[in-house]
Design a protein around this ligand. Structure first.
Ligand SMILES: *[C@@H]1O[C@H](CO)[C@@H](O)[C@H](O)[C@H]1NC(C)=O
Ligand SMILES: *[C@@H]1O[C@H](CO)[C@@H](O)[C@H](O)[C@H]1NC(C)=O
Ligand SMILES: CC(=O)N[C@H]1CO[C@H](CO)[C@@H](O)[C@@H]1O
Length: 335
């Protein structure tokens, strides 16, 4: 259903280009509106963990509730160590991978995108991943079962940080090569950068200069950046710096995308439930939508069964952001 909507949006957009309406021209919209589903990566210090005790998968009913609000992108957090216990090249764990597969199938059966996102910060069992061949093999094994599902999106890894930039490049390239080698040639891949993949530091950190050279034979890379609006950009405070901080922090990355003819997505963003943040979120989403030639969309941080009263929780229907943020931002997305 949503895929058809996307095509309809594209058709409307091109006819709007052909004959722009005089005044009340429909504001530009973003293609991807999503939510980070978080919980299967909980208990990060316990690499095995117990389902329902250390970690939890996502309530499929909430997927429908989000779709009813216009969402079409679900970024699924999980841990690599629970997919391939022990080593990068261990066999896929049938139960944990079974849960991931169940989520992906459910989401994509509804016409929405499922983003497969190892929430690993470039680490495995606590150590920086340096085995690029092993990382490529991991991705080939994980991507293969989804190779015929075009609504799956592969996120190379969540938030590399404090790593050698060449290694971050090599791991991203290994993921791309591994996924394509699995026969998954039609799906989008979102490389992430060093420095927690921040949009505001995308250029200054050196991510731009390095990752611009990633090669994808399918030419379907959507660079994934994250952006929070608090003073240190960490997403750990309810306050936003100003009502324009979101758009300000996006400017350099937007120029980089345009200058280099690349595409991007904001894979994590959030602000507290307060007037200043709501205005900042709207201003930033308008900026992204105005630049939807390079920006695909934005994915809220976060939802999941165990976030309770966490300030950014958008879990239906008790999360503070479900009632305090969602109604005020959803108009920037979709049709
Ligand atoms: C880690 O998980 C195991 C089960 O896999 C459990 O027995 C143990 O108590 C957990 N340890 C911690 C520190 O949470
Ligand atoms: C999900 O994981 C739980 C706990 O390991 C398991 O009991 C269940 O069978 C898994 N579900 C699927 C669909 O694999
Ligand atoms: C910004 C934010 O909330 N980040 C959290 C992302 O999820 C991991 C694991 O669930 C947390 O450790 C981070 O604090």
């Amino acid at each position: 259903m949503l895929v058809k909507n996307l095509l309809a949006v594209a058709a409307v957009a091109s006819s709007a280009l052909a004959a722009p309406a005089p005044e009340k021209r429909q504001a530009k919209k973003l293609k991807w509106f999503g939510i980070n589903e978080s919980g299967a990566e909980f208990g990060e210090k316990n690499f095995t963990g117990v389902y329902g005790k250390e970690y939890i998968w996502y309530d499929l009913n909430t997927i429908d509730q989000f779709i009813a609000q216009g969402m079409n992108m679900f970024r699924l957090n999980f841990l690599m160590e629970r997919i391939t216990p022990g080593t990068l090249t261990s066999p896929l764990d049938p139960l944990y991978f079974g849960n991931l597969t169940e989520q992906v199938k459910y989401i994509t059966s509804k016409g929405a995108y499922a983003m497969i996102q190892p929430h690993n910060y470039g680490r495995f069992m606590g150590n920086i991943i340096t085995d690029t061949a092993g990382f490529k093999s991991w991705w080939t094994a994980v991507a293969a079962p989804f190779k015929d599902n075009d609504l799956v999106v592969f996120d190379t890894n969540n938030e590399f940080h404090d790593m050698d930039q060449t290694l971050v490049f090599n791991l991203n390239q290994a993921a791309i090569d591994g996924i394509r080698a699995a026969g998954a040639t039609k799906q989008y891949i979102t490389p992430e950068g060093n420095s927690w993949s921040g949009a505001w530091t995308w250029v200054s950190s050196g991510n731009g200069a390095s990752l611009v050279n990633l090669k994808d034979p399918s030419d379907k890379l959507i660079y994934q950046m994250h952006q929070y609006l608090d003073s240190d950009g960490s997403g750990t405070h309810a306050e936003c710096v100003s009502t324009t901080i979101f758009s300000e922090r996006l400017k350099a990355a937007t120029k980089w995308l345009k200058d280099n003819k690349k595409q991007g997505v904001i894979g994590e963003f959030a602000g507290g439930v307060n007037d200043q943040c709501v205005t900042a979120l709207q201003d930033g989403l308008k900026y992204l939508a105005d630049n939807n030639d390079v920006w695909w969309g934005a994915i809220w941080w976060a939802a999941g069964p165990w976030w309770a009263d966490y300030m950014y929780n958008m879990e239906p229907t008790s999360g503070p952001a479900w009632s305090g943020i969602l109604p005020k931002i959803k108009t920037y997305f979709g049709s």
